[in-house]
Design a protein around this ligand. Structure first.
Ligand code: ADP
Ligand code: MG
Length: 273
């Protein structure tokens, strides 16, 4: 359906780089992100943890270009392209994927249809997209434990929380993005499902060099995802980064010490919220 120019066509595999530099952003008049710096490359898994309201979902939405969020400063590039000036579908074409924290219901639009259009939008002929999907969707549904009858249903309509997360993961697997932002892929899903979706993401890292930015509250997801780096997001910026052991530490100690330090820092810069 959509003609794809060579510059926006996704090249799978290879080396890709999402660079977030000094990103400040807000919503509804509130500055939520106060300067986020983060680089995610192909084959890397980054985890972002942080207290409620620290701006994790805002970061995910701003990266994908959800309307209603204002960018107040900084830059975001994917393979050198300025993402922030692009529409969400153009970001997707460049190979960015978002599994939102709360996937919305889209009555009247089937999952199968959505994926066919998405593949066609990335340069595949509609016939090839259909053919490629028919075979792969069944395999992928099995890998993420999604009942195949749900492939034909309207997107997320009447799906349980866990089914939505499995569906998001299946979409990611079929689209094979270069960089996937996963916002609480582990929320609302049972333990078996959590393992299935995390394993599918991890396999993507090995299969096509997927780069991952995974927002989570729990180490359980990370034990399968095996992040290279864990970042702590507090009051809209990354206040600490470390190895996987940091996730365990956070589970034991919580965020209080980080919040106190970040608040003290903010009072020096005049940020109040
Ligand atoms: N659409 C919105 N309107 C008003 N405030 C919002 C909106 N979205 C997020 N916020 C506020 O921005 C802050 C960060 O929210 P969010 O990014 O969802 O946090 P997290 O995902 O880390 O829990 C919160 O204080 C939240 O209430
Ligand atoms: Mg959130």
């Amino acid at each position: 359906m959509t003609a794809t120019s060579p510059t926006t066509e996704v090249s799978r595999g290879g080396s890709h780089e999402l660079v977030i530099d000094g990103l400040r952003a807000g919503v509804a008049g509130l500055e939520v992100l106060t300067g986020v710096d983060l680089v995610v490359r192909s084959g890397e898994v980054h985890a972002v943890m942080g207290p409620n309201g620290s701006g994790k979902s805002t970061l995910a939405h701003v990266l994908m270009g959800k309307p209603g969020y204002q960018v107040l400063g900084g830059t975001v590039t994917l393979d050198g392209e300025d993402l922030l000036r692009l529409a969400p579908f153009e970001r997707a074409r460049l190979g960015l994927f978002l599994a939102p924290q709360d996937p919305i219901e889209v009555p009247g639009v089937g999952l199968h249809q959505t994926l066919t259009e998405a593949l066609a939008g990335r340069g595949m002929s509609p016939d090839d997209a259909k053919g490629s999907l028919a075979a792969r969707a069944l395999v992928e549904a099995q890998r993420v434990g999604l009942e195949t009858r749900l492939l034909e249903r309207p997107l997320n309509v009447d799906l349980s929380g866990g089914e939505r997360k499995r569906s998001e993961t299946l979409q990611m697997a079929l689209l094979q993005p270069n960089i996937a932002v996963l916002d609480e892929l582990d929320s609302g899903i049972d333990i078996d499902g959590l393992h299935d979706v995390a394993q599918r993401v991890r396999d993507g890292v090995a299969e096509w060099g997927l780069g991952v930015l995974a927002i989570t509250h729990y180490r359980r997801l990370l034990s399968v995802l095996q992040p290279d780096v864990v970042h702590v997001l507090v009051r809209g910026r990354i206040v600490a980064s470390g190895g996987p052991e940091l996730a365990g530490e956070l589970e034991r100690t919580g965020y209080a010490a980080f919040e106190t330090a970040a608040r003290a820092d903010d009072s020096g810069t005049g940020i109040q919220n």
